[in-house]
Structures are given as C-alpha cells and as structure tokens.
Ligand binder design. Structure first.
Ligand code: LLP
Length: 392
C-alpha cells in the first residue's frame, strides 16, 4: 500500500508558546470516534464501557460520559475518577486481578453495576464485605477463555498461562461456591483476550467459546443477563492521518454475526485504546541534533517518562516534525533520560531537523499521559485540548 505522506493539522502557533513536552488532545477526532461507535451499536443490545486505564483526562472523560458510555475501572482511583466525571453507577464495571478491600468497599458504597471477579478468594472477600454492609454485590465471572489474541506478549491476557481470570477447569467449583454465597448475585460472564488486536479473527474464536460456555451455564441452571467481551480493538499506529478511526464496523459485526445472544441479554464491551488513541499526540521540542560516528541523534525534551510505550513494548508511534519541510533524513530519535532504553525510534526518516523544532508523537492518546512517571525527577507532562488552544 503506497500512501501519500500527509501531516496532521495542529495549532502550531499556539504550540510554540507552550512549555514542552505536553499532550494535545484533538476533541474533534474524539467526537468523531464516539459518533462512529454510537452509529454502529444503535438499536442493538450493546453497551460500551470506556476503559479508563487508557486515559483519565477530565475533559475526555466528560465527553465520553456525555456520549452515553459507561466506565470500566481497575482501581479505586479509577472508580473515583469515574464518579467525579459523572458516569452513572449503574454503568460502571470494576475489574482487576487484585482488588483491595477499600476498593471493593468503594464500589459497594456506590452501588456499581458489576464487579468482574477473577478468582475464588476474591469472590469470598466480596461476599464478606457486602454482607457487612447488608448489600448484594453483582458480579460477573472473568473467565480465561484460552484464546490467543496474536498481539504483543505483554498485552495478551486470555491464555491459560496469564494471571488473569478463572480457568475453565475451575468453573464447576466456582459455580458451586457462588450458589452458596448469600451476598453475591451472579449477573454475567466476562472476558478480555488482549489489546491492540487488529486481526478480527481472535474475536470470532472468542464468540465460539462464549456460545459454548453459555450452554454450559444453562445446563447448570444459571441464566446470565450479561456477556462482557472486554476490549482490545487495535488502532492504526502507522497511518493515523489516513485511518484516524478504528474499524468499529467490522469489530461490532463479528459479535453481531457470531455471538448468540439469548433473550434479554446485553452484550458489554470495554474499549479503551480504540476510543482515545488517535485523538492524542505528545508534543516535544528538539533540544539538540547530535552527529554520532555513524548516525545522527535527535535529542528531545520528551523521554520515556512522558511516553513509555516504545521503551516498554517496542511500540511504534509515528513521529512528525511539525516545523520543518526540509528533505527527509534518518535519525535516531531519543529522549534525555539516563537510560539506554530511552529511545523512541532508530533510523527514523523525517524532515530535516534542527534545535527548537516541534515534534509530534502520533496516536498517543491511549496509555500515554496516564503511564507517565517522574523518574529522574522530571515534571509530569501537562495536557491541552483543542478547546483550550482554539482553531488550527
Ligand atoms: N478490559 C480489560 C479487562 C483490560 O485488561 C483492558 C486493557 C481493557 C479492557 C482495555 O483494552 P483496550 O481496548 O484499551 O485494548 N499499556 C498497554 C495496554 C495495556 C492494556 C491492559 N488492559 C499499551 O500501552 O499498549
């Protein structure tokens, strides 16, 4: 595929006045993404919960909440952020392999929709804490379907070898236990096979597994009202200007065509990356261009403390020089942190670069700002939206 090179549109004049590095969120892209989701699930018994772990910028949360989505949280902090942003409790799910007592209590006190439960001991603790409050906790069992997601091994979650979920071999035992717990109401089953999934076929495999499991639950006299298939839909990191919207159509279609929903059942999704990745960029300034013996280094004021994905997962982010039209050259693009892993890309071809140029890392709206750290006692990056900075 040969695609004409295009650059994203940014308010560069404004960028020049702002201290770098910072995150920039294009709310128009976010709104278009949300409309595309709404269009695809209209009139279907489908409910999307935004996975807050991808990004908790308050403005982004508000827009997603206003679009009618629920929230998928994995910590007390995320639950609080969801409450603060105004997500209704009855649309909040709480997942995570290690929920602390205070986090469970926070969920119970706020009557959240559902706890996605990952183990027998967790079920027992939720039952005990709910009983102390005289409440019934609604739970979905997170089942490990042993389906491969064909993605990076750090973000594959649905295999037996992963720490997540209840293994299929344990299900009989779990169901017997659930029937004895007075303060637990089993309302569904939950799955999540991995993240940045661009090949849709693993979702087909997941649907087949879910159909099988549904039969199993029916045979055990359990009616499930909710099926939650998690998140994981991938985005195009290579071509954000050409394909800014993920392929929601094919994604939802796989479930429409392959998952047999029973009477009255609701199908839940927990999408994170596909909702927020393309609206965000990390903007950085070039500090120095250094001539090495065999290569040129572009040394930025952003490092892996601001965007850790390349260092942690060898992830690719498109890099654009926003202030140069000079002929392309190859550079190793690196950060200022005192670690050899602080490299964004090696041998990256971009417009001729000099000190002071502004650089954008594209597709950084998901798992970017939220994974920032203060290592080397650096400042956390600030964030601005297109509403803050005005028209391009
Ligand atoms: N539900 C569960 C249970 C999850 O574990 C995750 C992500 C999601 C939903 C949302 O998945 P998404 O739609 O965003 O793919 N930091 C990594 C990604 C880690 C994903 C962890 N779980 C990265 O930067 O690629």
């Amino acid at each position: 595929m040969i695609l004409k090179m295009i650059k994203a549109k940014y308010p560069i004049g404004k960028f020049k006045e702002i201290e770098t590095p910072f995150y920039y969120y294009d709310l128009d892209v976010l709104n278009k993404t949300l409309s595309e989701i709404s269009r695809n699930i209209a009139n279907l018994p489908f409910e999307v919960h935004y996975a807050l772990k991808a990004n908790v910028n308050p403005e982004i949360l508000r827009i997603i909440k206003d679009a009618g989505m629920g929230a998928d949280c994995v910590s007390g902090g995320e639950l609080q952020a969801a409450f603060d942003a105004g997500f209704p409790s009855e649309k909040i799910v709480f997942a995570g392999v290690g929920k602390a007592d205070w986090e469970i209590n926070l969920g119970l006190d706020n009557n959240i929709f559902c706890f996605n439960v990952e183990s027998i001991p967790e079920l027992e603790v939720i039952d005990e804490l709910a009983s102390k409050k005289g409440k019934i906790a609604k739970v979905a069992l997170r089942i490990n379907p042993n389906v491969s997601a064909n993605t990076h091994h750090y973000i594959t979650t649905g295999l037996n070898e992963n720490k997540f979920g209840i293994n299929l071999s344990e299900l009989d035992k779990v169901i017997r236990l659930v029937k004895t717990l007075q303060n637990i109401q089993l309302i569904g089953i939950h799955f999540h096979i991995g993240s940045q999934i661009t090949d849709i076929s693993p979702y087909k495999d997941l649907c087949a597994k879910v159909n099988e499991l549904e039969d199993y639950f029916v045979q055990n006299g359990i009616k499930l009202e909710n099926i939650n298939v998690g998140g994981g839909l991938g985005v195009d990191y290579e071509h954000p200007n050409h394909f800014p919207l993920p392929d929601f159509e094919s994604y939802f279609k796989v479930f429409r065509d392959n998952l047999k929903l029973r009477e009255g059942q609701i199908l839940h999704f927990e999408l994170g990356r596909s909702i927020v990745a393309q609206c965000g960029s990390l903007i950085s300034r070039v500090l120095y261009v250094k001539e090495g013996t065999s290569k040129k280094f572009v040394i930025l004021d952003a490092g892996f403390t601001d965007l850790i994905r390349p260092a942690l997962y060898q992830a690719y982010h498109r890099i654009e020089n926003l202030t140069s039209e000079d002929a392309e050259q190859e550079y190793d693009v690196v950060g200022p942190i005192c670690e050899s892993s602080d490299v964004f890309s090696k041998g990256y071809s971009m417009n001729g670069t000099k000190r002071g140029d502004l650089i954008a890392f594209r597709t950084a709206g998901a798992y970017g700002e939220i994974m920032a750290s203060q290592y080397n006692l650096r400042k956390l990056p600030k964030a601005y939206t297109s509403d803050d900075l005005g028209e391009v």
